[in-house]
Design a protein around this ligand. Structure first.
Ligand code: NAD
Length: 536
């Protein structure tokens, strides 16, 4: 029970229950007269919030409503999110969060995270003292340079760490006060934003080169000093910086990059699960990627580890994976490739996308281009000629950017495609069957992975932990899911899914000797008991 009284109680979102306060609580906390007479159960409050949300005309208004609720009554906010996860997740995360970021400086109300600018150089440890919580366990940090598919949004990208951490709490029960959203506001090169008088961020061109890296490093070191048990999740950095920072820190501190490793884990889980539909073993698959950027390369890199775990050599594993980008098949003779493409640049003739499919005959096609419509009818039909059950992932977000729609995938393959997308698609009716396209949503993995990592006090997150998370997720796909053609379990099960992943990940951390505490006798109960429960 709190020491606060009267309006101080109602204005503290971490304890406020509003009309949910009981008669005796109202007496003890001095709330008589400050609330209307009726006492509402939390369930009733949830219904009231849902009715308000559904009454709004636009998703951005729903986002603002939910954001205010999070400030005002945290427990109620999380009850709403958890109880209606399929409806609410797209409002507090993609796609609506993209719109919220674009309008961040216009819709800004209460601050929710920590901002660091170049002016704070040399002072980051000191200013972190201003954050009231001392036991931070999960930090999501961005520099706003590559927000979703929207590009450089500068400090407006703060919506991303806020949204991701809300999912950490809703999906995996990380305690809200142990979460810290961070914006490394190093400026923006987005001219439109710089000219906006309402822009709230650091109104200068981006810091680059060594000074940029030094500021990031000062932040990372400050976190090690202040919150040595915190997991740092890097989010929405520009691809070269994303790789640079990940490679620099991944063997030193507890961190990962969700765009690279989280996406990879979810995609790998989907491919594992697809084997249960196609009856073709994972180790035998040939996989082709359209797009050779950070998402696709991250997926391929993890798949190499997964294939190695099946007994293949690195060279054999890489040969299973083929890339096509805007210039065609990625082959050794090309001189325009980036470093991360080189391991997958096999000796082969230069071919266009369709020719490459005919020549390589992949079982799985994964699109991560940001280019809508690139899986044409001809491409899907050709995959269906080659495979009884062609596996097709159209990962580009938002829905409007998908390489093809769910309906196109099913129609163009005469209902034989095993389809997954990055953004949600509604179930599709095709010739008397109903298909439920799975969504390769990173939220299946990062909350549970993070929970497992912090519960075991892991020192780093090696690839084995991502493989463990992917395998665990694929095993949670039910016979019912499979019969509907879905490669992921239902999001409504996300709390149970995150718990399973957390247990598996923590178990692996103990096995690998990277855990920082002693394995509790009953690991599952230990983790379950930690998880935030938003019920009053
Ligand atoms: P990126 O910019 O690093 O890479 C994009 C790649 O696509 C480049 O190799 C580019 O050459 C290629 N490309 C672009 N247009 C093409 C075309 N018409 N034909 C062939 N290749 C083309 O971007 P990224 O970070 O790799 O993200 C790519 C997409 O993946 C984004 O749309 C993003 O939404 C999506 N993504 C999805 C998830 C998810 O579903 N979980 C996670 C991360 C990224």
């Amino acid at each position: 029970m709190t020491n606060k009284r009267n309006f101080d109680v109602l204005h503290d979102g971490t304890i406020n229950k509003s009309v949910g306060f009981t008669k005796s609580e109202r007496e003890v906390l001095g709330l008589q007269g400050l609330l209307p007479h009726s006492i509402a159960s939390q369930d009733l409050q949830v219904s009231r919030v849902m009715a308000s949300i559904r009454r709004k005309g636009f998703d951005i208004e729903r986002y603002i409503l939910l954001s205010s609720l999070q400030d005002r009554n945290e427990k109620l906010f999380y009850r709403v999110v958890i109880d209606h996860i399929e409806e609410i997740m797209p409002l507090i995360y993609t796609p609506t969060v993209g719109e919220a970021c674009k309008e961040f400086s216009q819709i800004f109300r209460a601050p929710k995270g920590f901002y660091i600018t170049p002016d704070d150089k040399g002072e980051i440890t000191k200013i972190l003292d201003n954050w009231p919580e001392k036991d931070i366990r999960v930090i999501v940090v961005t520099d706003g340079q590559r927000i979703l598919g929207l590009g450089d949004l500068g400090a407006n990208g703060m919506g991303i760490p806020i949204g991701k951490l809300a999912l950490y709490t809703a999906c995996a029960g990380i305690l809200p006060h142990q979460c810290l959203p961070v914006m490394l506001d190093v400026g923006t090169n987005n001219g439109e934003i710089l000219e906006d008088v309402l822009y709230l961020g650091y109104p200068k061109k981006r810091l680059q080169g060594q000074v940029y890296l030094d500021l990031v490093d000062e932040f990372v070191q400050a976190v090690q000093q202040k919150y040595p048990r915190a997991l740092i999740q890097f989010e929405d950095f520009l691809t070269p910086n994303a790789y640079g920072l990940l490679n620099k820190y991944k063997n030193q501190i507890l961190c990962f990059n969700d765009d690279i490793q989280g996406t990879a884990t979810v995609a790998l889980a989907g491919v594992y699960a697809s084997s249960r539909i196609t009856n073709r073993s994972f180790a035998d698959l040939k996989i082709m990627f359209l797009g050779a950027g950070s998402a696709a390369t991250g997926i391929a890199d993890l798949m190499v580890k997964a294939l190695e775990a099946e007994g293949l050599t690195t060279t054999e594993a890489r040969k299973r994976l083929w890339f096509v980008d805007i210039e065609g098949l990625v082959v050794a003779s090309r001189s325009d490739l980036m470093e991360h493409n080189l391991p997958y640049a096999h000796k082969h003739a230069r071919l266009n996308f369709l020719e490459a499919i005919d020549s390589i005959r992949p079982h799985v096609l994964i699109g991560a281009t940001g280019a809508p419509g690139t899986f044409t009818e001809e491409i899907v039909a050709r995959m269906a000629d080659i495979n009884d059950r062609p596996v097709i992932f159209a990962l580009s977000n938002p829905t409007s950017k998908a390489e093809c729609t769910a309906e196109q995938a099913y129609t163009w393959s005469q209902g034989r495609a095993v389809f997954t997308s990055g953004s949600p698609f509604k179930p599709v009716h095709y010739e008397g069957n109903v298909f439920r396209p799975g969504q390769g949503n990173n939220a299946y993995v990062f909350p549970g992975l993070g929970l497992g990592a912090i519960m075991s006090d892991a020192s780093i997150i090696p690839d084995e932990l991502f493989l463990e998370a992917a395998f665990t997720l694929s095993q949670l796909v039910t016979i019912q899911d499979i019969s509907e053609g879905a490669l992921y379990p239902r999001l409504t099960e996300i709390r149970a899914i995150s718990l399973e992943i957390a247990v598996a990940v923590a178990e692996k951390a103990y096995e690998l000797g990277i855990a920082g505490n002693q394995r509790p006798k009953d690991l599952r109960t230990y983790i379950e008991e930690y998880m935030f429960d938003p019920r009053y």
